[in-house]
Design a protein around this ligand. Structure first.
Ligand SMILES: [Zn+2]
Length: 505
Protein backbone atom coordinates (compact mmCIF):
# COMPACT_ATOMS: atom_id res chain seq x y z
CA UNK A 1 0.00 0.00 0.00
CA UNK A 2 1.36 3.41 -0.89
CA UNK A 3 1.00 6.08 1.74
CA UNK A 4 0.33 9.67 0.87
CA UNK A 5 0.11 12.24 3.60
CA UNK A 6 -3.48 13.26 3.00
CA UNK A 7 -4.31 14.17 6.59
CA UNK A 8 -2.07 15.86 9.07
CA UNK A 9 -3.50 14.84 12.38
CA UNK A 10 -3.45 11.61 14.23
CA UNK A 11 -7.18 11.44 14.83
CA UNK A 12 -8.01 11.46 11.15
CA UNK A 13 -5.01 9.57 9.91
CA UNK A 14 -6.45 6.11 10.41
CA UNK A 15 -9.53 6.79 8.34
CA UNK A 16 -7.56 8.58 5.65
CA UNK A 17 -5.03 5.82 5.31
CA UNK A 18 -7.93 3.44 5.01
CA UNK A 19 -9.23 5.65 2.22
CA UNK A 20 -5.85 5.53 0.50
CA UNK A 21 -5.93 1.77 0.77
CA UNK A 22 -9.35 1.60 -0.81
CA UNK A 23 -8.41 4.14 -3.42
CA UNK A 24 -5.08 2.79 -4.49
CA UNK A 25 -5.33 -0.89 -3.74
CA UNK A 26 -6.77 -1.60 -7.15
CA UNK A 27 -3.69 -1.55 -9.34
CA UNK A 28 -2.26 -5.02 -9.32
CA UNK A 29 -5.16 -6.37 -7.27
CA UNK A 30 -7.27 -9.36 -8.34
CA UNK A 31 -9.79 -6.93 -9.77
CA UNK A 32 -7.64 -6.09 -12.76
CA UNK A 33 -5.17 -8.96 -12.75
CA UNK A 34 -7.44 -11.29 -14.70
CA UNK A 35 -6.88 -9.59 -18.04
CA UNK A 36 -9.36 -10.08 -20.80
CA UNK A 37 -8.87 -11.82 -24.08
CA UNK A 38 -9.76 -9.05 -26.49
CA UNK A 39 -12.90 -9.68 -28.46
CA UNK A 40 -13.30 -8.89 -32.14
CA UNK A 41 -15.51 -6.01 -33.25
CA UNK A 42 -18.20 -8.45 -34.39
CA UNK A 43 -18.41 -10.03 -30.93
CA UNK A 44 -18.44 -6.73 -29.01
CA UNK A 45 -21.52 -6.06 -26.91
CA UNK A 46 -20.82 -2.33 -26.73
CA UNK A 47 -20.24 0.50 -29.20
CA UNK A 48 -19.26 4.07 -28.33
CA UNK A 49 -19.55 7.46 -30.01
CA UNK A 50 -18.09 10.77 -28.82
CA UNK A 51 -19.23 14.34 -29.34
CA UNK A 52 -17.91 17.76 -28.50
CA UNK A 53 -19.27 21.27 -29.08
CA UNK A 54 -18.31 24.79 -28.10
CA UNK A 55 -20.06 26.08 -24.94
CA UNK A 56 -18.62 29.61 -24.80
CA UNK A 57 -21.13 32.47 -24.71
CA UNK A 58 -20.88 35.77 -26.56
CA UNK A 59 -19.11 38.80 -25.08
CA UNK A 60 -21.41 40.61 -22.66
CA UNK A 61 -23.24 37.43 -21.73
CA UNK A 62 -23.57 36.86 -17.94
CA UNK A 63 -20.99 34.52 -16.46
CA UNK A 64 -21.69 33.16 -12.97
CA UNK A 65 -20.71 36.40 -11.24
CA UNK A 66 -19.85 39.01 -13.90
CA UNK A 67 -20.53 39.77 -17.57
CA UNK A 68 -18.08 38.14 -19.97
CA UNK A 69 -15.47 40.57 -21.33
CA UNK A 70 -13.18 38.11 -23.09
CA UNK A 71 -12.45 34.47 -23.78
CA UNK A 72 -9.35 33.27 -22.00
CA UNK A 73 -9.85 29.69 -23.23
CA UNK A 74 -12.96 28.27 -24.91
CA UNK A 75 -15.52 26.32 -22.86
CA UNK A 76 -16.51 22.85 -24.05
CA UNK A 77 -19.48 20.54 -23.83
CA UNK A 78 -18.37 16.94 -24.31
CA UNK A 79 -20.01 13.58 -24.16
CA UNK A 80 -20.01 9.90 -24.96
CA UNK A 81 -22.93 7.86 -26.26
CA UNK A 82 -22.71 4.23 -25.13
CA UNK A 83 -24.61 1.82 -27.37
CA UNK A 84 -25.00 -1.56 -25.65
CA UNK A 85 -26.21 -4.32 -27.93
CA UNK A 86 -29.92 -4.96 -27.44
CA UNK A 87 -30.42 -2.05 -25.07
CA UNK A 88 -31.10 1.67 -25.27
CA UNK A 89 -28.22 4.18 -25.48
CA UNK A 90 -26.66 5.84 -22.45
CA UNK A 91 -25.29 9.38 -22.63
CA UNK A 92 -22.67 10.83 -20.27
CA UNK A 93 -22.14 14.56 -20.85
CA UNK A 94 -20.10 17.32 -19.24
CA UNK A 95 -20.03 21.07 -19.70
CA UNK A 96 -17.55 23.73 -18.59
CA UNK A 97 -20.15 25.75 -16.68
CA UNK A 98 -20.77 26.58 -13.01
CA UNK A 99 -23.75 24.24 -12.78
CA UNK A 100 -26.79 22.94 -14.63
CA UNK A 101 -29.60 23.14 -12.10
CA UNK A 102 -33.18 22.01 -11.66
CA UNK A 103 -35.25 22.20 -14.89
CA UNK A 104 -32.14 23.05 -16.93
CA UNK A 105 -30.61 19.69 -16.07
CA UNK A 106 -33.81 17.81 -16.88
CA UNK A 107 -34.19 19.77 -20.13
CA UNK A 108 -30.62 19.09 -21.26
CA UNK A 109 -30.93 15.37 -20.43
CA UNK A 110 -34.24 15.30 -22.32
CA UNK A 111 -32.74 16.90 -25.44
CA UNK A 112 -29.82 14.48 -25.50
CA UNK A 113 -32.13 11.51 -24.90
CA UNK A 114 -34.43 12.48 -27.74
CA UNK A 115 -31.49 13.02 -30.08
CA UNK A 116 -29.99 9.55 -29.56
CA UNK A 117 -33.28 7.66 -29.12
CA UNK A 118 -33.18 6.79 -25.46
CA UNK A 119 -34.93 7.65 -22.19
CA UNK A 120 -33.93 10.76 -20.18
CA UNK A 121 -33.19 8.50 -17.21
CA UNK A 122 -30.31 7.03 -19.21
CA UNK A 123 -28.62 10.43 -19.61
CA UNK A 124 -26.51 12.47 -17.18
CA UNK A 125 -25.23 16.02 -17.54
CA UNK A 126 -22.46 17.18 -15.21
CA UNK A 127 -20.79 20.56 -14.86
CA UNK A 128 -17.12 21.05 -14.06
CA UNK A 129 -18.08 24.05 -11.87
CA UNK A 130 -15.78 26.70 -13.29
CA UNK A 131 -16.64 30.18 -11.98
CA UNK A 132 -15.72 32.40 -14.93
CA UNK A 133 -18.33 30.40 -16.84
CA UNK A 134 -22.13 30.55 -17.22
CA UNK A 135 -24.69 29.33 -14.70
CA UNK A 136 -27.93 27.77 -15.85
CA UNK A 137 -31.32 27.21 -14.14
CA UNK A 138 -34.57 27.35 -16.14
CA UNK A 139 -36.67 26.88 -12.95
CA UNK A 140 -35.11 29.95 -11.34
CA UNK A 141 -35.45 31.86 -14.63
CA UNK A 142 -39.21 31.17 -14.60
CA UNK A 143 -39.43 32.69 -11.10
CA UNK A 144 -37.49 35.78 -12.21
CA UNK A 145 -39.40 36.20 -15.48
CA UNK A 146 -42.18 38.47 -14.08
CA UNK A 147 -39.53 40.95 -12.92
CA UNK A 148 -37.65 41.26 -16.23
CA UNK A 149 -34.21 40.39 -14.84
CA UNK A 150 -33.66 36.90 -16.29
CA UNK A 151 -31.07 38.06 -18.79
CA UNK A 152 -28.95 39.57 -16.01
CA UNK A 153 -28.48 36.06 -14.59
CA UNK A 154 -28.82 33.63 -17.48
CA UNK A 155 -28.29 33.87 -21.24
CA UNK A 156 -31.14 31.45 -22.00
CA UNK A 157 -30.96 31.72 -25.83
CA UNK A 158 -27.25 30.77 -25.68
CA UNK A 159 -27.89 28.00 -23.13
CA UNK A 160 -30.68 26.48 -25.21
CA UNK A 161 -28.61 26.79 -28.39
CA UNK A 162 -25.84 24.87 -26.64
CA UNK A 163 -28.32 22.14 -25.60
CA UNK A 164 -29.43 21.91 -29.23
CA UNK A 165 -25.94 21.82 -30.72
CA UNK A 166 -24.84 19.16 -28.23
CA UNK A 167 -27.93 17.06 -29.01
CA UNK A 168 -27.31 17.39 -32.76
CA UNK A 169 -23.64 16.46 -32.31
CA UNK A 170 -24.60 13.41 -30.20
CA UNK A 171 -27.06 12.25 -32.86
CA UNK A 172 -24.54 12.71 -35.67
CA UNK A 173 -21.81 10.97 -33.67
CA UNK A 174 -23.73 7.70 -33.50
CA UNK A 175 -23.20 7.17 -37.22
CA UNK A 176 -19.49 6.70 -36.61
CA UNK A 177 -19.76 4.71 -33.37
CA UNK A 178 -17.03 2.09 -32.93
CA UNK A 179 -17.06 -1.32 -31.29
CA UNK A 180 -15.47 -1.41 -27.84
CA UNK A 181 -13.16 -4.37 -27.39
CA UNK A 182 -11.61 -3.40 -24.05
CA UNK A 183 -12.23 -1.19 -21.06
CA UNK A 184 -9.12 -0.05 -19.25
CA UNK A 185 -8.79 1.69 -15.90
CA UNK A 186 -5.95 3.46 -14.14
CA UNK A 187 -5.27 5.98 -11.43
CA UNK A 188 -2.60 8.26 -10.04
CA UNK A 189 -2.39 10.67 -7.11
CA UNK A 190 -2.51 14.35 -8.00
CA UNK A 191 0.29 16.15 -6.18
CA UNK A 192 -0.26 19.53 -4.49
CA UNK A 193 -3.67 20.49 -5.85
CA UNK A 194 -6.62 19.33 -3.69
CA UNK A 195 -6.90 20.51 -0.09
CA UNK A 196 -9.76 20.58 2.38
CA UNK A 197 -11.38 23.99 2.79
CA UNK A 198 -12.84 23.51 6.28
CA UNK A 199 -10.24 24.25 8.95
CA UNK A 200 -11.44 23.42 12.47
CA UNK A 201 -10.68 24.91 15.86
CA UNK A 202 -9.93 22.64 18.84
CA UNK A 203 -13.63 22.33 19.63
CA UNK A 204 -14.34 20.91 16.18
CA UNK A 205 -16.03 24.00 14.75
CA UNK A 206 -14.99 25.45 11.40
CA UNK A 207 -12.68 28.33 12.35
CA UNK A 208 -11.73 29.41 8.86
CA UNK A 209 -12.70 28.45 5.35
CA UNK A 210 -9.66 28.11 3.13
CA UNK A 211 -11.22 29.20 -0.12
CA UNK A 212 -10.03 28.15 -3.55
CA UNK A 213 -7.60 31.04 -3.86
CA UNK A 214 -5.89 31.80 -0.58
CA UNK A 215 -3.55 34.77 -0.26
CA UNK A 216 -2.71 34.31 3.43
CA UNK A 217 0.38 32.11 3.92
CA UNK A 218 -0.72 31.24 7.46
CA UNK A 219 -3.96 29.79 6.15
CA UNK A 220 -2.19 27.99 3.31
CA UNK A 221 0.08 26.43 5.96
CA UNK A 222 -2.87 24.86 7.79
CA UNK A 223 -3.28 21.06 7.54
CA UNK A 224 -4.22 19.45 4.24
CA UNK A 225 -7.32 17.84 5.74
CA UNK A 226 -9.38 15.03 4.28
CA UNK A 227 -9.16 14.75 0.49
CA UNK A 228 -9.17 12.00 -2.12
CA UNK A 229 -5.85 12.44 -3.93
CA UNK A 230 -6.72 9.87 -6.62
CA UNK A 231 -7.34 10.89 -10.19
CA UNK A 232 -9.14 7.95 -11.75
CA UNK A 233 -9.29 7.15 -15.44
CA UNK A 234 -11.27 4.87 -17.72
CA UNK A 235 -10.66 4.32 -21.42
CA UNK A 236 -12.87 2.71 -24.01
CA UNK A 237 -10.72 1.00 -26.61
CA UNK A 238 -11.30 -0.61 -29.97
CA UNK A 239 -8.98 -2.93 -31.86
CA UNK A 240 -6.69 0.02 -32.71
CA UNK A 241 -6.40 1.45 -29.20
CA UNK A 242 -8.20 4.03 -27.05
CA UNK A 243 -11.12 5.97 -28.55
CA UNK A 244 -12.35 7.80 -25.43
CA UNK A 245 -10.79 8.69 -22.10
CA UNK A 246 -12.82 9.67 -19.02
CA UNK A 247 -11.13 11.11 -15.92
CA UNK A 248 -12.44 11.91 -12.44
CA UNK A 249 -10.89 14.09 -9.73
CA UNK A 250 -12.48 15.84 -6.75
CA UNK A 251 -11.66 19.52 -6.36
CA UNK A 252 -13.12 22.93 -6.97
CA UNK A 253 -11.54 23.92 -10.30
CA UNK A 254 -10.67 27.56 -9.50
CA UNK A 255 -7.22 29.10 -9.80
CA UNK A 256 -8.39 32.73 -9.99
CA UNK A 257 -11.70 34.12 -11.21
CA UNK A 258 -14.10 37.03 -11.35
CA UNK A 259 -12.12 38.62 -14.17
CA UNK A 260 -14.88 38.13 -16.75
CA UNK A 261 -12.65 35.93 -18.91
CA UNK A 262 -14.28 32.60 -19.77
CA UNK A 263 -12.06 29.65 -18.94
CA UNK A 264 -12.33 25.92 -18.27
CA UNK A 265 -9.66 26.62 -15.59
CA UNK A 266 -6.96 24.20 -14.59
CA UNK A 267 -8.79 20.84 -14.82
CA UNK A 268 -10.22 21.78 -18.23
CA UNK A 269 -6.85 23.02 -19.47
CA UNK A 270 -5.24 19.75 -18.32
CA UNK A 271 -7.95 17.78 -20.14
CA UNK A 272 -7.50 19.78 -23.35
CA UNK A 273 -3.71 19.37 -23.25
CA UNK A 274 -4.08 15.62 -22.79
CA UNK A 275 -6.50 15.36 -25.70
CA UNK A 276 -3.98 17.17 -27.92
CA UNK A 277 -1.10 14.99 -26.69
CA UNK A 278 -2.86 11.65 -27.14
CA UNK A 279 -5.15 12.49 -30.06
CA UNK A 280 -7.86 10.68 -28.07
CA UNK A 281 -11.17 12.25 -27.03
CA UNK A 282 -10.90 13.17 -23.34
CA UNK A 283 -13.71 14.24 -21.03
CA UNK A 284 -13.20 15.12 -17.39
CA UNK A 285 -15.61 14.98 -14.46
CA UNK A 286 -15.34 16.93 -11.23
CA UNK A 287 -15.66 14.44 -8.38
CA UNK A 288 -17.20 15.11 -4.98
CA UNK A 289 -15.19 18.29 -4.50
CA UNK A 290 -17.67 20.49 -2.61
CA UNK A 291 -15.40 20.95 0.41
CA UNK A 292 -12.19 20.66 -1.60
CA UNK A 293 -10.18 23.36 -3.40
CA UNK A 294 -6.62 24.20 -4.35
CA UNK A 295 -6.41 26.82 -1.54
CA UNK A 296 -3.44 25.26 0.22
CA UNK A 297 -1.45 25.39 -2.99
CA UNK A 298 -2.96 28.44 -4.67
CA UNK A 299 -2.28 32.08 -3.85
CA UNK A 300 -4.66 33.17 -6.60
CA UNK A 301 -1.89 34.52 -8.85
CA UNK A 302 -2.35 34.19 -12.59
CA UNK A 303 0.94 32.27 -12.90
CA UNK A 304 -0.48 29.53 -10.69
CA UNK A 305 -3.19 28.44 -13.14
CA UNK A 306 -0.79 26.69 -15.57
CA UNK A 307 1.08 25.20 -12.59
CA UNK A 308 -2.09 23.59 -11.21
CA UNK A 309 -3.07 22.47 -14.72
CA UNK A 310 0.31 20.82 -15.17
CA UNK A 311 -0.06 18.87 -11.89
CA UNK A 312 -3.46 17.52 -12.93
CA UNK A 313 -2.16 16.79 -16.42
CA UNK A 314 0.78 14.80 -14.98
CA UNK A 315 -1.62 12.63 -12.96
CA UNK A 316 -3.79 12.17 -16.07
CA UNK A 317 -0.70 11.02 -17.97
CA UNK A 318 0.46 8.66 -15.22
CA UNK A 319 -3.02 7.15 -14.87
CA UNK A 320 -3.11 6.73 -18.66
CA UNK A 321 0.27 5.01 -18.72
CA UNK A 322 -0.69 2.80 -15.74
CA UNK A 323 -4.02 1.72 -17.14
CA UNK A 324 -4.85 -1.96 -17.25
CA UNK A 325 -7.60 -3.83 -19.08
CA UNK A 326 -10.65 -5.13 -17.28
CA UNK A 327 -12.16 -8.47 -18.12
CA UNK A 328 -15.57 -7.36 -19.32
CA UNK A 329 -17.41 -4.79 -21.38
CA UNK A 330 -20.72 -5.95 -19.94
CA UNK A 331 -22.65 -2.92 -18.91
CA UNK A 332 -25.43 -2.24 -16.44
CA UNK A 333 -27.17 1.10 -15.93
CA UNK A 334 -29.43 2.14 -13.06
CA UNK A 335 -30.90 5.45 -12.08
CA UNK A 336 -32.53 6.06 -8.71
CA UNK A 337 -34.49 9.29 -8.20
CA UNK A 338 -34.34 10.66 -4.64
CA UNK A 339 -36.09 13.44 -2.78
CA UNK A 340 -33.51 15.15 -0.58
CA UNK A 341 -34.83 16.86 2.58
CA UNK A 342 -34.86 20.64 2.15
CA UNK A 343 -32.74 22.81 4.45
CA UNK A 344 -34.75 23.88 7.48
CA UNK A 345 -33.28 27.38 7.10
CA UNK A 346 -35.15 27.88 3.81
CA UNK A 347 -38.21 30.10 4.07
CA UNK A 348 -40.25 30.05 0.90
CA UNK A 349 -41.94 33.33 1.85
CA UNK A 350 -38.68 35.16 2.51
CA UNK A 351 -37.23 33.93 -0.79
CA UNK A 352 -40.32 35.00 -2.72
CA UNK A 353 -40.09 38.48 -1.14
CA UNK A 354 -36.40 38.76 -2.05
CA UNK A 355 -37.11 37.79 -5.67
CA UNK A 356 -39.73 40.53 -5.87
CA UNK A 357 -37.61 43.18 -4.09
CA UNK A 358 -36.50 45.71 -6.70
CA UNK A 359 -34.13 47.36 -4.23
CA UNK A 360 -31.98 44.20 -4.24
CA UNK A 361 -29.28 43.59 -6.86
CA UNK A 362 -30.11 41.06 -9.57
CA UNK A 363 -27.46 38.66 -8.21
CA UNK A 364 -29.25 38.46 -4.84
CA UNK A 365 -32.65 37.94 -6.47
CA UNK A 366 -31.18 35.30 -8.77
CA UNK A 367 -29.68 33.44 -5.81
CA UNK A 368 -33.05 33.54 -4.02
CA UNK A 369 -34.77 32.22 -7.16
CA UNK A 370 -32.32 29.30 -7.38
CA UNK A 371 -33.01 28.38 -3.76
CA UNK A 372 -36.77 28.69 -4.16
CA UNK A 373 -36.69 26.64 -7.36
CA UNK A 374 -35.08 23.78 -5.47
CA UNK A 375 -37.37 24.16 -2.45
CA UNK A 376 -40.40 23.80 -4.71
CA UNK A 377 -39.30 20.44 -6.06
CA UNK A 378 -41.18 17.39 -4.81
CA UNK A 379 -41.75 13.71 -5.64
CA UNK A 380 -42.68 14.79 -9.18
CA UNK A 381 -39.24 16.27 -9.79
CA UNK A 382 -36.77 14.22 -7.76
CA UNK A 383 -32.99 14.45 -7.96
CA UNK A 384 -31.49 11.62 -10.03
CA UNK A 385 -28.57 9.48 -8.88
CA UNK A 386 -27.12 7.14 -11.50
CA UNK A 387 -24.78 4.20 -11.59
CA UNK A 388 -23.01 2.67 -14.57
CA UNK A 389 -21.35 -0.69 -13.95
CA UNK A 390 -18.93 -2.01 -16.56
CA UNK A 391 -17.25 -5.22 -15.50
CA UNK A 392 -15.69 -4.54 -12.11
CA UNK A 393 -15.80 -0.79 -12.56
CA UNK A 394 -18.53 1.44 -11.22
CA UNK A 395 -19.21 5.03 -12.21
CA UNK A 396 -21.45 6.95 -9.79
CA UNK A 397 -23.19 10.12 -10.96
CA UNK A 398 -24.19 12.36 -8.05
CA UNK A 399 -25.89 15.73 -7.63
CA UNK A 400 -24.68 19.07 -6.33
CA UNK A 401 -21.61 20.27 -4.54
CA UNK A 402 -21.06 16.99 -2.76
CA UNK A 403 -18.48 16.62 0.02
CA UNK A 404 -15.51 14.37 -0.70
CA UNK A 405 -16.49 12.06 2.15
CA UNK A 406 -19.23 10.57 -0.05
CA UNK A 407 -16.63 9.60 -2.62
CA UNK A 408 -14.42 7.97 0.02
CA UNK A 409 -17.46 6.16 1.45
CA UNK A 410 -18.55 4.88 -1.98
CA UNK A 411 -15.16 3.26 -2.59
CA UNK A 412 -15.16 1.83 0.95
CA UNK A 413 -18.57 0.22 0.41
CA UNK A 414 -17.20 -1.89 -2.45
CA UNK A 415 -13.46 -2.37 -1.85
CA UNK A 416 -13.26 -5.06 -4.55
CA UNK A 417 -14.47 -2.68 -7.24
CA UNK A 418 -12.94 0.38 -8.89
CA UNK A 419 -15.28 3.30 -8.16
CA UNK A 420 -15.24 6.59 -10.05
CA UNK A 421 -17.52 9.36 -8.82
CA UNK A 422 -18.78 12.45 -10.65
CA UNK A 423 -20.64 15.11 -8.67
CA UNK A 424 -22.06 18.43 -9.89
CA UNK A 425 -24.88 16.69 -11.78
CA UNK A 426 -28.20 18.36 -10.92
CA UNK A 427 -26.91 21.57 -9.30
CA UNK A 428 -30.22 22.50 -7.62
CA UNK A 429 -29.08 21.17 -4.23
CA UNK A 430 -26.06 23.51 -4.04
CA UNK A 431 -23.67 22.19 -1.33
CA UNK A 432 -24.35 18.77 0.21
CA UNK A 433 -22.40 18.25 3.43
CA UNK A 434 -22.18 15.19 5.61
CA UNK A 435 -24.57 14.96 8.56
CA UNK A 436 -21.72 15.77 10.99
CA UNK A 437 -20.46 18.72 8.94
CA UNK A 438 -23.68 20.68 9.45
CA UNK A 439 -23.00 20.86 13.20
CA UNK A 440 -19.49 22.19 12.53
CA UNK A 441 -20.62 25.37 10.77
CA UNK A 442 -18.59 26.98 7.98
CA UNK A 443 -19.54 28.44 4.61
CA UNK A 444 -20.54 25.29 2.73
CA UNK A 445 -23.27 24.26 5.18
CA UNK A 446 -24.49 27.79 5.90
CA UNK A 447 -28.09 28.67 4.98
CA UNK A 448 -26.71 30.70 2.06
CA UNK A 449 -24.75 27.84 0.53
CA UNK A 450 -26.73 24.63 1.04
CA UNK A 451 -30.31 23.87 0.06
CA UNK A 452 -30.54 20.48 1.77
CA UNK A 453 -30.70 19.35 5.39
CA UNK A 454 -28.22 17.15 7.33
CA UNK A 455 -30.71 14.30 6.89
CA UNK A 456 -29.71 14.13 3.23
CA UNK A 457 -26.73 11.96 4.12
CA UNK A 458 -29.03 9.12 5.13
CA UNK A 459 -30.94 9.27 1.83
CA UNK A 460 -27.77 9.45 -0.23
CA UNK A 461 -26.08 6.60 1.64
CA UNK A 462 -29.09 4.32 1.28
CA UNK A 463 -29.16 5.01 -2.44
CA UNK A 464 -25.42 4.57 -2.84
CA UNK A 465 -25.51 1.24 -0.98
CA UNK A 466 -28.27 -0.01 -3.21
CA UNK A 467 -26.74 1.14 -6.50
CA UNK A 468 -23.25 -0.01 -5.58
CA UNK A 469 -24.53 -3.33 -4.19
CA UNK A 470 -22.44 -2.56 -1.12
CA UNK A 471 -20.22 -5.35 0.15
CA UNK A 472 -19.28 -3.63 3.41
CA UNK A 473 -21.99 -2.66 5.90
CA UNK A 474 -22.05 0.39 8.11
CA UNK A 475 -19.92 2.75 6.00
CA UNK A 476 -21.08 6.37 6.27
CA UNK A 477 -19.81 9.60 4.78
CA UNK A 478 -19.71 11.24 8.23
CA UNK A 479 -17.14 8.61 9.32
CA UNK A 480 -14.67 10.46 7.10
CA UNK A 481 -15.44 13.95 8.35
CA UNK A 482 -12.62 15.48 10.33
CA UNK A 483 -14.00 16.15 13.82
CA UNK A 484 -10.91 16.65 15.93
CA UNK A 485 -9.65 20.17 15.28
CA UNK A 486 -6.25 21.33 14.09
CA UNK A 487 -4.10 19.96 16.91
CA UNK A 488 -0.92 22.03 17.23
CA UNK A 489 -2.26 24.99 15.24
CA UNK A 490 -2.56 28.13 17.32
CA UNK A 491 -5.87 29.57 16.18
CA UNK A 492 -5.05 32.88 17.87
CA UNK A 493 -2.55 33.57 15.11
CA UNK A 494 -5.09 33.12 12.37
CA UNK A 495 -7.31 35.71 10.77
CA UNK A 496 -11.09 35.44 11.15
CA UNK A 497 -13.41 33.96 8.56
CA UNK A 498 -12.51 35.33 5.15
CA UNK A 499 -15.21 36.84 2.99
CA UNK A 500 -15.98 34.62 -0.02
CA UNK A 501 -15.86 37.44 -2.53
CA UNK A 502 -12.38 38.45 -1.39
CA UNK A 503 -10.78 35.09 -1.64
CA UNK A 504 -12.83 33.07 -4.06
CA UNK A 505 -15.16 30.19 -3.45
ZN1 LIG B 1 -18.50 25.59 -5.40
Amino acid sequence: MMQWQICDREGVMRLCLAAVCFSFGIIGSPVVSSFSVEVSAEESDLRIATFEVDATPELGSPLAYDPMVKVSDPLRCKGVVLLPTGDQPIVLATVDWLGVANESNAMFCGKLAEAVGTQPNRVVVHALHQHDAPRCDHSAAALLEPYGIVDQCYDLPFIEATFESAATAAKEAIVSAVAVSTIQVGQAPVQRVASNRRMLDPTGQVHITRYTACRDPLVRALPLGVIDPALKLMTFEDANGPVACLTFYATHPQSYYRVGAATPDFPGLARDTRQKATGVFHMHFNGAGGNIGAGKYNDGSQENRPRLARRVEEAMQTAWENRRPDNSTELNWQQQPVVLPISEAISVDVLAKTIADETQPASVRCHAAEKLAFAQRDEESPVPISRLAIGNNTLMFMPGELFVEYQLAAQAMVPEKFVMMAAYGDYGTAYIGTRVSYSQGGYEVSPRATNVSPKSELVLLQTMRKLLEAQVDGVTASDYTDATGPGPINVQQLPGEARPDETGR
